[in-house]
Design a protein around this ligand. Structure first.
Ligand SMILES: Cc1cc2nc3c(=O)[nH]c(=O)nc-3n(C[C@H](O)[C@H](O)[C@H](O)COP(=O)(O)OP(=O)(O)OC[C@H]3O[C@@H](n4cnc5c(N)ncnc54)[C@H](O)[C@@H]3O)c2cc1C
Length: 396
């Protein structure tokens, strides 16, 4: 009987799984013994990591957007739009429904539907939402606002955790400092403040490095400052504990959650994310234990770091385990928490070199001391072009 692998979400993680399986199983697919199907509500893929750079003109929207049909192997069945927009997932019946009313059944299911911003979770935030975090348009508008601002207090607020790529707001703060200092040459006209919802900024060596640099660059940091509310009329925000701060420009990272349909389908836990075994990535949660269901990327458990790097590693592990399972060789590859957080501490300008580093770590093994370098800056810049033709296609 034909085996069916169904992948929900053709973002970073889902695309890697689809492309790796299509390559491995090309003969089975040709003989009609196996079918791989991937669903997404949109036919366009966006590399969200590029949002951080758009306000400073370091990439263009065209650099970070591709049609999915150019990214997914033609051996994979694809459904984008209403036939691909998932509306419910029933693990007991092994059935997924989509907006058009169609239903898909599976032998193996991969859930990789990412995270969504929920600005409404903070009173007043939706009325004052300047964010580079959620869309190309939003990131371009932040760039426009920065270009039109001559002086004042710029506050970058990370409302709560977890968010995709917790290092990105820090990277943004350093890029902004560098942009004002070295390009606009009016840094002294601005006060920059970073509001961080937790005490440490990442693992110890990461926290140590960025804390020192934030101080050196005169970026004020307020830690343990989860965003409580925003009053746009007074240009004032407060923490959940009631501490208030005024701003001229607020750039916020809203709270994030998984797609609502996943909670409505009874798949999420009390923290709101999809629980799974942190090593096998198989579903373990309120809908039961399901070895045939894999959870990867940003919609996964709250305590697995949400990064593209992590999603990529998870996709490699899940692809290999699906390959092992379908061949019946009983080998299981573990996910050991491999992830990373690329940090940029200064952009390249006529008067500054450009400095970056990609710190990586896994469960229980934190990054060693590191130093951002010019080579790191080049690697990071280059990555955005490799992303489409190497990473997403699952070539490494
Ligand atoms: C501003 C920003 C900067 C970042 N910078 C970095 C970085 O420098 N390095 C790094 O490693 N990571 C970075 N990340 C994180 C990285 O982008 C994510 O971790 C990664 O995209 C997660 O992959 P994913 O496949 O889980 O989700 P996604 O890539 O978001 O894919 C989810 C897919 O699910 C689809 N979907 C959603 N709902 C439905 C539905 N109902 N039906 C069907 N399909 C649906 C979406 O359309 C999407 O295609 C950044 C993220 C942001 C927001």
């Amino acid at each position: 009987m034909k085996e069916k692998v169904l992948i929900l979400g053709a973002g970073y993680a889902g695309s890697v799984v689809a492309n790796k399986l299509a390559r491995e199983f090309r003969k089975k697919i040709a003989k009609d013994e196996l079918e791989i199907t991937i669903l997404d509500k949109s036919d366009t893929s966006i590399n969200q990591g590029g949002f951080t750079f758009l306000p400073f003109g370091l990439y263009t929207p065209e650099d970070i957007i591709r049609k999915r049909k150019k990214l997914i192997s033609p051996r994979v069945n694809t459904a984008f739009g209403d036939d691909g927009e998932v509306t419910s997932v029933n693990l007991n019946n092994k059935e997924v429904a989509v907006k058009s009313g169609k239903k898909y059944i599976y032998n193996y299911l991969v859930i990789a539907m990412g995270a969504r911003a929920d600005a409404d979770a903070v009173p007043g935030l939706a009325n004052e939402l300047n964010t580079f975090y959620t869309s190309i348009e939003g990131a371009m508008q932040v760039g426009e606002k920065l270009r039109n601002l001559e002086k004042g207090d710029i506050v970058i607020s990370v409302a709560s955790m977890p968010i995709p790529c917790p290092g990105a707001p820090v990277k943004f703060a350093f890029l902004l400092d560098s942009y004002l200092r070295n390009i606009r040459k009016n840094r002294e006209q601005f006060n920059l403040t970073l509001l961080w919802p937790m005490e440490p900024i990442g693992p110890p060596e990461f926290n140590k490095l960025v804390s020192g640099l934030l101080k050196e660059k005169n970026i004020e940091v307020k830690r343990s400052f989860p965003l409580g509310k925003v009053d746009a009329s007074k240009k004032e925000l407060s923490s959940k504990e009631g501490e208030t701060i005024n701003y001229d420009l607020l750039i916020a990272v809203p709270p994030h959650k998984p797609q609502k349909l996943l909670a409505d389908s009874g798949l999420t836990d009390e923290k709101g994310w999809i629980p799974c075994n942190k090593t096998t990535l198989q579903y373990r949660g309120p809908a039961g234990n399901h070895d045939d269901v894999y959870i990867l990327g940003d919609n996964g458990p709250a305590d697995i770091l949400k990064t593209g790097i992590g999603a990529h590693y998870q996709a490699l592990v899940v692809s290999q385990n699906l390959i092992n399972e379908i061949y019946g060789n009983k080998i299981k590859v573990p996910y050991e928490g491999e992830t990373g957080c690329p940090i940029i501490t200064e952009m390249e300008t006529p008067v500054s070199a450009g400095e970056a580093y990609i710190a990586t770590w896994n469960y229980g093994v934190m990054p060693a001391p590191f130093k951002p370098t010019k080579m790191g800056w080049y690697m990071y810049r280059m990555y955005y072009y490799l992303h489409w033709d190497m990473s997403v296609k699952g070539l490494f």
